[in-house]
Design a protein around this ligand. Structure first.
Ligand SMILES: NC(=O)c1ccc[n+]([C@@H]2O[C@H](COP(=O)([O-])OP(=O)(O)OC[C@H]3O[C@@H](n4cnc5c(N)ncnc54)[C@H](OP(=O)(O)O)[C@@H]3O)[C@@H](O)[C@H]2O)c1
Length: 243
């Protein structure tokens, strides 16, 4: 199905993992993508992957989503986008007592402020066009919490309040905003988790396996194409949140 033909998307964290899977899914549906991340080499590799699907004119921008200057640059490069996906994120794997203040600040800055900045910078043009869709990649830990992930869980539950509020502010302009809450998904982010922590995550996942980035991309595609969904948290977690 090519139902995103003519749509322009900007996907942060699009060079790898979940962000790249979403970009690939959208490109296959005919969209043109701009990918954002901090390292150029993986971005270039990701663009070559996208070029194998549909459009050829995908682009990338190097920068940190937690910096306002990156968003000024993004809007200059690409003033009008139809779909913004905030997938860039960083994890935390230490108890609060052992987590340096700088790391706490960075988790909140990248995971929460990054998504808020992106929304703020692109909202004006979306409201003017009377069309827009914003998808944040949150986490199931926003609802369950997780030992060793306090700042991370706080950054992701911040997205819950943000999306609820923005759905109220933006719906009259036909701009929709939603969160996806993945459980444990096989990506570089989870590759570094200790095997004991991974085994524990699997025990807590009724479906008994990690999810795939493609399964999260399917959820993003649903949110991008279903015009009656806004202000929601879509959990895709193999049942993790039920435990
Ligand atoms: N994997 C999971 O199990 C899981 C579960 C729940 C939620 N999530 C969420 O899903 C999102 C994607 O995670 P993932 O597993 O796909 O991670 P990943 O494979 O590590 O990819 C992270 C992506 O974000 C980019 N990135 C990281 N920090 C950035 C920054 N400050 N500015 C711009 N780009 C940045 C990375 O590229 P650079 O390093 O080049 O910047 C990369 O493209 C994250 O928000 C994560 O919290 C993941």
């Amino acid at each position: 199905m090519l139902d995103l033909v003519g749509r322009s998307c900007l996907i942060t964290g699009g060079s790898k993992g979940i962000g790249l899977a979403i970009a690939t899914r959208f490109a296959r549906a005919g969209a043109t993508c701009t990918l954002v991340a901090r390292h150029e080499r993986p971005l270039r590799d990701a663009i070559s992957i996208l070029a194998k699907h549909g459009q050829q004119d995908h682009r990338f921008l190097v920068g940190d989503v937690g910096n306002k200057e990156l968003w000024e640059q993004a809007v200059k490069m690409n003033p009008r986008i139809d779909i913004l996906v905030n997938s860039a994120g960083r994890s935390q794997t230490s108890l609060l007592l052992r987590t340096p203040i700088e790391e706490i600040d960075d988790v909140i800055r990248v995971n929460l402020l990054g998504a808020i900045y992106g929304t703020k910078f692109y909202l004006k043009e979306m409201t003017r066009a009377r069309r827009g869709c914003i998808i944040n990649v949150s986490s199931v830990l926003a609802t369950t919490g997780g030992g060793g992930s306090s700042a991370y869980a706080a950054s992701k539950s911040g997205l819950h309040g943000f999306v609820k509020s923005m759905a109220k502010e933006a719906s009259r302009f036909n701009v929709r905003i939603n969160n996806i809450l993945p459980g444990y998904i096989e990506t570089e982010m989870t590759a570094v988790i200790r095997s004991s922590a991974k085994a524990e995550a699997l025990l807590k996942t009724p479906l008994g396996r990690l999810g795939t980035s493609a399964e999260i991309a399917d959820a993003a595609y649903y949110l991008a194409t279903n015009e009656y969904v806004t202000g929601t948290d879509l959990i895709v977690d193999g049942g993790y949140a039920t435990r």
